[in-house]
Design a protein around this ligand. Structure first.
Ligand code: AMP
Length: 214
């Protein structure tokens, strides 16, 4: 099964694609996570990408397309995958179509997670992530048992540089300009399913599962 889960920053695509990936036993391919690992390990790609990421801007298409093309050729993607954070522009969506035609087959499902803008901002402003393992928390909605400490590994909880309020605005504007046009792109291909991604995490996962079963 080849699934694309997309939505604005803060729509919960990371959380939900991890859950759906586990349920269907397929890898979650998050370009944001891949870039953060590259940044942390200070590879050439990571250092270059960090300049864009930390400002809330998109990393150039060519870099991202190559990253994902290399990843989907790997063995564990043979039976499918769930894309999280890619494609984010029309050229990326067209490149994905092209690479899937060449290597495997088309996407089976595209699920768009719709969330009201005020809810997006409050989710992102309050998000805290574990510096060690990447587990996510929220200052109001998902507090850790010990303040400032990850429940899973005990690592320190920090705010992502791009979750700072002024950068959130840039990310939402970037989303509206470059990524929102993908809604129409996939609607015209009769692939798009839109659902509300507000409410309890488990209930949203169920909605996604129902959409995938259609
Ligand atoms: P995310 O974790 O999906 O919110 O991504 C974090 C940041 O990584 C984004 O704000 C971009 O700077 C960069 N990024 C992730 N995926 C892409 C993509 N498909 N195209 C361009 N930049 C990306």
């Amino acid at each position: 099964m080849r699934i694309l889960l997309f939505g604005a920053p803060g729509s919960g695509k990371g959380t939900q694609s991890k859950r759906i990936g586990q349920l269907f036993d397929i890898p979650q391919l998050s370009t944001g996570d891949m870039l953060r690992v590259a940044k942390k390990t200070q590879t050439k790609l990571g250092l270059e990408a960090a300049k864009f990421m930390d400002q809330g801007q998109l990393v150039p298409d060519g870099v991202i397309i190559q990253l994902i093309e290399d990843r989907i050729k790997e063995q564990d993607c043979r039976n499918g995958f769930i894309l999280d954070g890619f494609p984010r522009t029309l050229p990326q969506a067209e490149a994905l179509e092209e690479m899937l035609h060449q290597h495997i087959a088309d996407l089976d499902n595209v699920v768009y997670l719709a969330v009201d803008e005020a809810a997006l901002v409050s989710r992102l402003v309050g998000r805290r992530v574990c510096q060690n393992c990447g587990e996510e928390f929220h200052v109001s909605f998902k507090q850790p048992q010990q303040a400032g400490q990850c429940d899973k590994c005990g690592g320190p909880l920090v705010q992502r540089p791009d979750d700072e309020e002024s950068r959130i605005r840039v990310r939402l504007e970037t989303y509206a300009e470059h990524t929102a046009p993908l809604i129409e792109f996939y609607r015209q291909k009769n692939l798009l399913q839109e659902l509300s991604a507000e409410g309890e995490i488990g209930a949203i996962t169920e909605r996604i599962q129902q959409a995938l079963a259609k």
